[in-house]
Design a protein. Structure first.
Lengths: 528, 264
């Protein structure tokens, strides 16, 4: 009984000891915040990574791809049909994209990964359609240009696009072309100014810039090279084959004059682009075709957003010549599977690998985790190292407790003598100080837990304050593509952190408690 | 036992007219509570052994008030600590009610101190974080676990309040030691020493740190405990006027019993 009473009274009366556990409190709070943020990041990453990647991918590296996809799909269905929710065939090839920058008027060339998809089944294997900007396309993609309304419900400041943009743009291009062909006696002022506010904000700055840029450059006729016969193609009413571009392929994120985060678009839905990619010839030759941007794709994974471009599967098959001459069956380069909830990814992968051995077929069969393994492992490693470092901080706090406790034991030497003279056993004296350490650890980590959870709960507000005070951006959305810091509080982690901190406090109090227990009662009583 | 008693103190010089050859008649038939024979103790200061007690024999009978006097450094406090089992003698034997206690294991000595021997000190030795009442309750708190204590706490608190009432501190239950005067703290210490209803009360200069009035108050309480409640008391003091109130006075000098005198 006296142990409880004295531990409690010491806790209440020794503020210096409470000061010594502030470090425990801070350590616990930091650990909880860091773990929650890391968990949030990695969960967000998993979602994004997995969102676009289907569960299992079978890929052929052969230029001709994987012949007779239907046969493969039937085989797969036979093999693991009970675990498969959806399946689609696709083509994935490296490609180059060219388009005209509508800010500077320059041609821009970018490497991309061109993916030919079957729009009916592709949405079934990944969250692809969720990331599209046009609300109709999010329901069902059809590779047709929409009138306008891009970004509705997602990016409400998205500039005018679609047919609304294409018609005006076509008119302006015709005028500009006419101006060029007439050549003589034309003032620069006669060339019509670009009709668009070319950034997603109708700020004066963007407009001025654009007009100036265009004044200096000579407008050309895009997408019509000299040696091609002139097509009878009316860009105001017709579109090329649709292409869905990753949003970062033709935009950059930056800040406007007020420091607001802002996207600048080089091209928008409604504009035409030219894509060049290898055909299946031996050796392969480059083929190109014009496409009309029908939508943007924004997964907020910069790796995907800056390289993926989606076009209809059959169009690529035709352009590349991926057709078996005898049977007329078109081939693909990948088959993507989505498994049912709770299915074992690795088991399905192993089954498929056994059925399509690499020696015979040369297919690479991977789960999405295999494909993003290094990235996921890096995040995991980062979390582990941070945890170790932060736990070392709490261990340092443990030494603080150790020192403070030694001081308290010295200060309480006489009390120990009194207790022993009253018949308290050494073990009892020891447990007073252990109990004291336990209660300090509990209070410290309890407060730390509450602080940490509060911090996590208001992390975005706090980041905002810090930005205001320091003028330094804590969480730069132009870098991370998240507008908010993602957090996930894992109760198990919290429990472990708190238990660990309490254990450190108790361990740190063992030595002082032993010292107290070993005090000789007579000497302790004499202690002044 | 009385013959052993005679042998232990062979030569008892008469001090004055008030002294006599043996204990007051009311104590002559009392059983021996505490007995020490040939107790030696020395302390080490660096490499030098400093002898403190060189073979002390002492005997205390039930209901007796015995004073141990001597100059500073005569070993009287050390002797008291040995009797209280706070320390072990180098040689010699100590018996409590015919049981040898100087070589008991630590756990048994803890129990002995907790339940059978009460102690009061010159510097009161109250726990500063606890109130007067909690200080008095300390011995039973040590003796009982949480559950057992909580089940009997009303009984314990009643007794503690009665004891504080006995020493005249019923109005000071919730006060901390630093809010009390020296005399009051010593009275709390007395109440604490009686809490476990001990057979023996050991007092180490209980008035040594108090002014005259407070010291007399404490002495009157101790005398009352001895006469009205028959508490056996061994008191170390250097104040001869206090020693004169005892039934028997043992004078120590240079680690030996120099003389024993009896008052009527």
């Amino acid at each position: 009984m006296y142990k409880l009473l004295l531990s409690w009274r010491y806790l209440k009366s020794r503020y210096i000891a409470l000061a010594s556990i502030v470090s425990v409190t801070l350590g616990v709070a930091t650990l909880i915040v860091v773990n929650s943020v890391m968990a949030g990041f990695s969960d967000e990453m998993h979602k994004r990574l997995h969102g676009i990647l289907s569960d299992v991918v079978i890929r052929s590296h052969d230029l001709n791809g994987l012949p007779d996809p239907q046969w493969h799909m039937d085989e797969i269905q036979k093999l693991a049909g009970d675990q498969i929710e959806a399946m689609t065939a696709a083509i994935q090839i490296p490609a180059m994209i060219n388009f005209r920058d509508n800010i500077q008027g320059q041609w821009i060339t970018q490497p991309i990964t061109l993916i030919g998809i079957d729009q009916q089944t592709y949405a079934g294997v990944s969250d692809f359609s969720e990331y599209l900007l046009h609300p109709d396309n999010r329901q069902q993609l059809d590779f047709l240009l929409k009138e306008n309304d891009y970004g509705r419900g997602k990016k409400d400041r998205f500039p005018v696009s679609g047919w609304a943009r294409r018609r005006v743009s076509a008119e302006w291009q015709t005028n500009a072309a006419n101006a060029q062909t007439q050549q003589d006696g034309i003032d620069a002022a006669d060339i019509p100014a670009s009709p668009f506010p070319l950034v997603d904000d109708s700020g004066i700055e963007g407009q001025g810039e654009t007009v100036e840029g265009l004044d200096n450059g000579v407008p050309g006729v895009p997408f019509q090279s000299v040696d091609e016969p002139e097509l009878v193609f009316d860009p105001a009413t017709e579109q090329h084959t649709g292409i869905v571009l990753g949003i970062s392929i033709c935009s950059v994120r930056g800040r406007d004059a007020d420091g607001e985060v802002m996207d600048y678009y080089f091209a928008l839905p409604g504009d035409d682009v030219k894509v060049t990619f290898p055909n299946t010839g031996q050796p392969p030759k480059a083929v190109s075709d014009s496409f009309t941007i029908v939508d943007f794709y924004e997964s907020e994974m910069s790796e995907y957003d800056s390289s993926f471009a989606f076009v209809p599967l059959s169009k690529i098959q035709d352009l590349r010549g991926m057709v078996d001459i005898q049977s007329g069956v078109k081939s693909v380069s990948t088959i993507q599977l989505k498994l049912k909830e709770g299915a074992d990814l690795n088991a399905v992968r192993d089954k498929l690998q056994a059925r399509f051995p690499i020696q015979q077929f040369g297919y690479q069969i991977q789960t999405w985790r295999d494909m993003q393994g290094p990235l996921l492992a890096a995040v995991q490693l980062e979390t582990t190292i941070l945890n170790i470092l932060l736990f070392l901080i709490i261990a340092v706090a443990g030494f603080g407790i150790l020192a403070t406790f030694f001081m308290i034991v010295v200060e309480k030497t006489r009390d120990v003598g009194i207790l022993k003279s009253l018949g308290a056993p050494s073990g009892g004296v020891m447990s007073i100080f252990l109990g004291y350490g336990l209660s300090l650890g509990t209070v410290g980590s309890g407060v730390g837990l509450v602080l940490g959870l509060l911090f996590v709960d208001h992390i975005n507000t706090i980041a905002g304050w810090i930005e205001q005070v320091t003028g330094q951006e804590v969480f730069d959305p132009t870098v991370y593509y998240f507008s908010q810091i993602p957090v996930i509080v894992n109760p198990v982690t919290c429990v472990w952190v708190v238990l660990g901190a309490i254990a450190i406090a108790v361990i740190a109090s063992i030595l002082p408690a032993r010292k107290a227990a070993k005090l000789h009662p007579v000497e302790a009583l004499r202690y002044e | 036992m009385s013959s052993a008693f005679e042998l232990t103190y062979p030569e008892t010089p008469r001090q004055d007219n008030e002294t006599q050859d043996s204990l007051h008649p009311r104590l002559l038939t009392s059983p021996v509570v505490l007995q020490a024979t040939g107790v030696t103790k020395s302390y080490r200061k660096g490499k030098v052994e400093v002898p403190v007690l060189n073979g002390v024999d002492i005997e205390v009978v039930e209901g007796e008030f015995q004073a141990i006097v001597g100059a500073s450094g005569s070993g009287k406090s050390t002797l008291l600590h040995l009797l209280a089992t706070l320390d072990k003698p180098d040689s010699g034997e100590i018996f409590f009610e015919d049981n040898r206690i100087d070589n008991l294991p630590a756990a048994s000595r803890d129990i002995l101190r907790n339940r059978y021997i009460g102690m009061i000190f010159q510097f009161y030795h109250l726990l500063p974080e606890l109130t007067a009442l909690e200080n008095v309750l300390m011995p039973v708190m040590i003796n009982h676990g949480v559950v057992s204590y909580m089940m009997q706490r009303w009984k314990f608190r009643k007794r503690a309040k009665e004891l504080l009432d006995l020493v005249g501190l019923s109005h000071r239950l919730k006060h901390r030691p630093r809010e009390m005067s020296g005399g009051e703290m010593q009275r709390v210490a007395i109440a604490r020493s009686l809490m476990a209803n001990p057979r023996l009360l050991l007092a180490d200069e209980p008035t040594g740190n108090l002014d005259r009035a407070a010291g007399e108050e404490i002495m009157s309480i101790i005398n009352e405990l001895n006469s009205a409640y028959d508490v056996t008391i061994i008191m170390v003091t250097h104040d001869m006027s206090i020693a004169a109130q005892a039934d028997r006075t043992v004078r120590l000098a240079e680690g030996r019993v120099e003389s024993v005198s009896f008052q009527s």
